[in-house]
Design a protein around this ligand. Structure first.
Ligand code: AMP
Length: 145
């Protein structure tokens, strides 16, 4: 297997997230690689940019991102990887995962094979999208089946 230097693991806080992070953690330790944790807040006011205007003061994106940052920190502490870099982005998960991987120079993206969107599918929609769009290696950790 290739030597990885910079691993990005994407978590959606579903039940299997810890198994996905554990796998990324093992690979990072074996390769002495940097580990980055990412959660993408899926809500975005741009989803409502059609006919229904959002009130100006409804800052849901920011609130959700702050809550996600707290959850991510707690997960990292629980899994004893609090030194891992932690990122919260807002947008479409597959796009943000690929974008951040490029921005941070990740050479491996780790996702779950299934998360919140994909239990009926062979591969979840985020996992599938990342696999198609990423420029680096992608590991889909088999979960949920
Ligand atoms: P899905 O394809 O959406 O069923 O999810 C498969 C995997 O994609 C999950 O196990 C996560 O690793 C990743 N993923 C899905 N949604 C998100 C999200 N909002 N933020 C970060 N990673 C995500």
């Amino acid at each position: 297997m290739a030597n990885y230097r910079n691993v990005l693991v994407a978590v959606d806080f579903s039940d299997d997230s810890k198994a996905v992070v554990r796998k990324a953690q093992e690979i990072s330790a074996r390769n002495q690689a940097t580990l980055n944790l990412l959660h993408v807040v899926e809500y975005t006011s741009s989803m409502y940019a059609g006919d229904i205007p959002l009130p100006e003061d409804l800052n849901l994106d920011k609130d959700l991102a702050e809550q996600a940052a707290v959850k991510l920190k707690a997960l990292a502490e629980e899994m004893q990887i609090s030194e891992a870099a932690q990122y919260v982005e807002i947008g479409i998960p597959k796009r943000e995962i690929v974008r951040l991987a490029e921005e941070r120079g990740a050479d491996l993206i780790v996702v779950g094979s299934h998360g919140r969107h994909g239990l009926q599918l062979l591969l979840g929609s985020t996992a599938n999208g990342v696999l198609h769009q990423a420029k680096c290696d992608v590991l889909a950790v088999r979960v949920g089946h």
